[in-house]
Design a protein around this ligand. Structure first.
Ligand SMILES: [Zn+2]
Ligand SMILES: [Zn+2]
Length: 202
């Protein structure tokens, strides 16, 4: 926010509400913010459904990014919607891919991409590292891979339960216990709390 550059994670629905909220955001100097990226943790409809409208509704046309493994899901948005009786406009082409180990700069923030396949082939978590006068803090946007007290479902296209548990154990539970976890659904949690008390992981 200091620099006015922003990224939006998982624009799933309610594009008008998202656009209105973005228009209301300003830097401390009163300049409008600039949305650099629309970051999609994976290709399910509830995480990508508003990407087209948000991109088209913003003058800076933020870049739509996704892991390559979920591109088939992304391109199949209309079919995903049909299953739930929902209609969508066809998705815009991706502007680039999210890759394991990639660092994205947004203003003075750094977001690192962690590929965590299992819930879907191209599921990723996004790790945000912040330095401030209050110290450093880590936040993990975990998509539908890890929730408070639960884990992602693995009964959908391309999912793999063993792979998901391996992703969680090797790539998420190895992060600092204090890391704040912001899942794609439900309340926030901490890595240490899930390590100790998530019934699917203990
Ligand atoms: Zn999902
Ligand atoms: Zn979801």
């Amino acid at each position: 926010m200091r620099t006015g550059e922003a990224a939006l994670v998982d624009p799933g629905d309610e594009a008008p509400k998202i656009l209105k909220r973005l228009e209301a955001l300003h830097t401390p100097q009163g300049a409008p913010i600039r949305v650099k990226y629309l970051l999609q943790t994976h290709g399910h409809l509830d995480h990508i459904g508003a990407s087209r409208s948000v991109k088209e509704g913003r003058p800076e046309a933020p870049r739509i990014l996704l892991h390559r493994g979920d591109e088939p899901l992304y391109l199949n948005l209309l079919e995903q919607g049909r299953i739930f009786g929902l209609s969508y406009d066809s998705p815009l082409p991706l502007d680039g891919y999210l890759e394991d180990g990639q660092d994205l700069r947004v203003g003075d923030l750094k977001l690192s991409v962690i590929h965590t396949p299992g819930h879907s082939p191209g599921s990723v978590c996004l790790r945000l590292h912040e330095d401030s006068s209050a110290g450093t803090s880590e936040t993990l946007y975990s998509g539908d891979t890890l929730f408070q007290g639960s884990v992602g479902r693995t009964d959908l296209w391309g999912a793999d339960q063993d792979q998901m548990f391996s992703s969680i154990k090797r790539r998420i539970l190895t992060l600092d216990d204090d890391t704040l976890v912001c899942p794609g659904h439900g309340p926030d949690t901490r890595v240490g709390v899930e390590k100790r008390s998530n019934p699917f992981l203990t």
